[in-house]
Design a binder for this molecule. Sequence first.
Ligand code: ZN
Ligand code: ZN
Length: 377
Amino acid sequence: MCQIVEKKIVKDSTHIHSNNSVIMSDENDNQTDVHYNNGDNNDNKSEYSVQIVWTNVFIMGSLHTAALLGYYHLVIGTAKGYTSVYFFLVGILSSFGILAGAHRLWSHRSYKAKWQLRLLLAVLQTLALQNDIYDWSRDHRVHHRYSETDADPHNAKRGFFFAHMGWLLCKKHPEVIRKGKLVDMSDIWADPIVRFQKKYYYPLIAIIWLLIPVSIPVYYFGESWYISILLNCYRYIVSLQNTWLVNSLAHMRGYKPYDKHINPRENHTVAYLSLGEGYHNYHHTFPWDYSASEYGWKDNFNPATAFIDFFAWIGWAYDRKVPPKTIIDARINRTGNMADKYHQMTRFYTLIDFVSGLVFITWPLWLSFLLNYIFFQ
Ligand SMILES: [Zn+2]
Ligand SMILES: [Zn+2]
């Protein structure tokens, strides 16, 4: 039975705190959070030196090499057509586990989900292999609360590469660990699905990240194990790289129409590649908006919001939080960069946005077909 659940307009920011004391940022939090670098941080900075974790460098290097090799097989046409479309879809599905699950549901509590949806999201989040939900959410809460300081796990002030993937290749800054322990995670720990996933994370990734996705093309499309394993690495690395762009590019390039005092920006390229997470100046200003964007999926490219809205339609998601337009406009007038004030939304703009988004997210498919046609036909 289908049930349409009304979106919840959140007018009182104190409500967010009562609901979720840990999270971050109403407007005031954001304003204080951005200016950090207090003496405490500076003291630690002088003691800190980067320690590379060579095991992680080796693992990441190997996975990227396997991904490139997998893509090579797509280009030269030794992988089957069904397999290439299948792994593209697996990559998209895994991204929803991160975006609609670990990010918008567990980290930000921007909507509520019945156990059926939480279970599905936990499976998809495991398929994405970006740490378990608990660790992912803790790092993300610390990122919002201490953006661009030593306590930010992927502090963009340390450069593009560090914010993008370098932070996973070296030991965490002591401030990240210290502040991470202070974050209240009790609401996330209260979820039995999160606890189950954390307890059995390694066997779960062996089954959900590796065994099932790799076996399906072998048994159903007659693909070889070798190519199937390589293409599983390829779909994994593509979605990792797309997610990492939110931490790197969307903290460095783009517009600041909502808050010019913070680093995160509106970056449409990132929004396209990350399925709707590039509206990052808005997201750091209103992190509890379930759409992570001022607009829904009908107005700009935001498949993650469409995903949540679909499950709200069948009754598995509810209490989707959105700020009232008057609060957003007041915030734009107060802290937004007027020179960056974006265009008016029109049907034409929406159409261009949708087409651009589809071209961007499908690049692994059309580029491999194109390269195959040019060089191997
Ligand atoms: Zn951010
Ligand atoms: Zn966030």
